[in-house]
Design a protein around this ligand. Structure first.
Ligand code: SF4
Length: 384
C-alpha cells in the first residue's frame, strides 16, 4: 500500500507546459541514459522548451541528446563528496538561476541511491510550481508529485521512465539515441586518418577511463587486450579525455616515456605499425577529441571495450557492440547496456555491490583475463 501523500498532486496538463526542467546532475552516462525520459517528455509536452540541469561531466554530452533545448551547468551541492568544496552561496545562486528560467515544471531524475529532495526544494524555492521525482522516503512539500520508488534493481532507464509514467507521461521507447553533428563525424574521421586508419577499415575503441579507480580495469591488462586485438588484425584506438592522457599513454605503451617529465599528448602515441608478417594492426592513443568527436569515433567502430562508465553508454546509444568490464561497485542490472550486442564481464565477489570509489581489496571483481576480453571483443566485432 502506498503512502497517503504519494502522487497526491493534481493531474499535470503536460501539453500546456512551455518550460520544463529535467534535473540529472551526475555523470555523462546518466545523461545519456536519461535520453528516453527526455524523449517521452518531448512527446507529452511538444510545446515545451526542455532544459537540462547537469553537472559539468553530464553537460558535455547534453547537446547530443535529442530534444534537449538548453543546459544549466552546475556542480550541485548535493552531488559533492566533500562539503568543504561547496561555496557557501552555491545553493542560493542556483535558486536564482532556476528562478530566472521561469519553469512550469521540474522533473528530478535520480538513481536508486540518490535523493530527489535537495533538487526538489531548490526548485520549490525558485518558484517552480510542479515538481516531480521518485523516492523511498517521504519528504513533504519539496515534490508536488512524489512517486514511490520502483525496485532498487530497476535499470536506470526504466527507473526514469517509471517516474514519468506515474505522472501521465507514457514511454516513447527505452532505446538510447544520440544526435551526432556532422562536424563530430568529420573530426573523428580526421583523427583516424592521422593515425593511418583508413575509411572503411574496422577498428576497436578501448576506453580505459572511469569516474573512479574502483571501476577501472587495470591499464596493463587493457594493454594486453589491445595487443591481442592488434595481433588479430583489428586496429585499436585507445581513447579518453585530455585528463586521461596518462592513463591512455599507459595502455598504448607511451606511458613508459613519461615517468620523469610531463605526459606527452597521447594523440601522438601510435606505437605499432602494421607488419605483413603478423598482420599486427595499429594501436594508437586519442585524447584530443571532445565528447561529440569521441561519440562519433565510437559510432564508427567495430567494437568498444569499456569499463562501466559513460563510454559504454555512448556505445549503446550508437548501436555499437560493447564489452563492458563491469566492476562490482554497481549492479549490472541497473546499468548494463541494452539494445546493442554486449558482453558484460565481471567476477562475482562477496563484497559486491560495494559502491566504493577505491577498492579496499585487490579489485578481484575485475580479475578478468585479457585474452577472454579480446575473445569477446573479436566475436562481437565479427557480428557473432
Ligand atoms: S573487489 Fe569488491 S570492494 Fe573491490 S571494487 Fe570489486 S566489489 Fe568493490
Amino acid at each position: 500500500m502506498e503512502h497517503p501523500a504519494a502522487l497526491a498532486g493534481p493531474p499535470v496538463d503536460w501539453a500546456a507546459l512551455r518550460r520544463v526542467l529535467v534535473v540529472r546532475p551526475d555523470n555523462l552516462g546518466d545523461v545519456v541514459m536519461a535520453g528516453p525520459a527526455v524523449r517521452a517528455l518531448h512527446r507529452a509536452a511538444p510545446n515545451a522548451r526542455l532544459d537540462l540541469l547537469a553537472a559539468p561531466a553530464g553537460a558535455a554530452v547534453a547537446a547530443l541528446v535529442p530534444h534537449v533545448d538548453g543546459v544549466l551547468t552546475a556542480p550541485v551541492s548535493w552531488q559533492q563528496l566533500d562539503p568543504a568544496e561547496v561555496p557557501p552561496d552555491a545553493d542560493r545562486a542556483l535558486v536564482r538561476r532556476l528562478a530566472r528560467g521561469r519553469y512550469d515544471a521540474a522533473v528530478v531524475l535520480t538513481s536508486f541511491s540518490q535523493s530527489p529532495w535537495p533538487a526538489a526544494y531548490l526548485c520549490r524555492l525558485a518558484g517552480v510550481p510542479v515538481r516531480v521525482g521518485e523516492s523511498k522516503e517521504f519528504g513533504g512539500a519539496g515534490l508536488t508529485h512524489w512517486v514511490p520508488a520502483p525496485p532498487d534493481a530497476s535499470h536506470q532507464v526504466d527507473r526514469m521512465l517509471h517516474v514519468l509514467e506515474r505522472v501521465g507521461v507514457p514511454s516513447a521507447g527505452a532505446e538510447l539515441r544520440l544526435d551526432l553533428p556532422p562536424p563530430a563525424r568529420v573530426e573523428a574521421r580526421e583523427a583516424l586518418a592521422r593515425r593511418g586508419i583508413g575509411a572503411g577499415e574496422p577498428y576497436a575503441v578501448l576506453l580505459p577511463g572511469a569516474s573512479c579507480p574502483a571501476r577501472r580495469y587495470p591499464p596493463e591488462r587493457f594493454a594486453r587486450v589491445a595487443a591481442d586485438l592488434s595481433a588479430a588484425g583489428l586496429a585499436v584506438v585507445v581513447a579518453g579525455s585530455a585528463r586521461e592522457a596518462a592513463l591512455v599513454a599507459q595502455v598504448t605503451g607511451a606511458g613508459r616515456a613519461t615517468t620523469t617529465g610531463p605526459v606527452p599528448p597521447a594523440r601522438h602515441a601510435t606505437t605499432t605499425a602494421p607488419t605483413p608478417r603478423t598482420r599486427r594492426a595499429t594501436v594508437t592513443g586519442e585524447t584530443g577529441l571532445g565528447v561529440p568527436g569521441l561519440a562519433a569515433l565510437i559510432a564508427g567502430s567495430a567494437v568498444v571495450v569499456s569499463n562501466n562508465s559513460g563510454g559504454a553508454h555512448l556505445a549503446s546509444a550508437s548501436g555499437r557492440p560493447v564489452v563492458v568490464l563491469f566492476a562490482g561497485t554497481e549492479e549490472p542490472a541497473q546499468y548494463a547496456p541494452r539494445g546493442t550486442p554486449a558482453a558484460v564481464l565481471t567476477v562475482p565477489t562477496s563484497c559486491a555491490p560495494c559502491r566504493q570509489l577505491r577498492c579496499p581489496y585487490g579489485l578481484e571483481c575485475l580479475d578478468i583475463p585479457p585474452p577472454d576480453v579480446a575473445r569477446h571483443a573479436l566475436r562481437l566485432a565479427g557480428g557473432g
